[in-house]
Design a protein around this ligand. Sequence first.
Ligand SMILES: [Zn+2]
Length: 139
Amino acid sequence: MECETTENRRKPNLLLMGAAVLFVALAVVFCLLLQSRASGAGAFRIRFGDGQTITVRADETRVIVIRDGKPAEEPTGEGEENVIRIENGTAWMEHATCKNRECVKQGRLNADTVGTRPLGPWIICAPHGVSIEYIGDGS
Ligand SMILES: [Zn+2]
């Protein structure tokens, strides 16, 4: 009689402990996921000219003007010009003076679109030799 009672009390305790352990494990996994998302903002690498690069963190807000293979202060709409905008983790070619503006049409590049875009992590302006690459957190 006494034994039975102890046995009956132990079972729910074990279940409760199991549930608690599971809950803690899930909470840890959830926190890790959140953390990796937050630090997973990543970065963009812009290539231009004679192999020069500019790396911009994805959480920065920047407008980068490349004209005739060199960084420029302001867009003028002259020469071989590309205007790259980085905002809210997304990069895109805002404006370009190339003939067909294929680079402008390549749309928005970020951690969410990188897997589904035809060019993957790249926005490329072939005529001007300017590219944007999403490099995630690595190099
Ligand atoms: Zn272009």
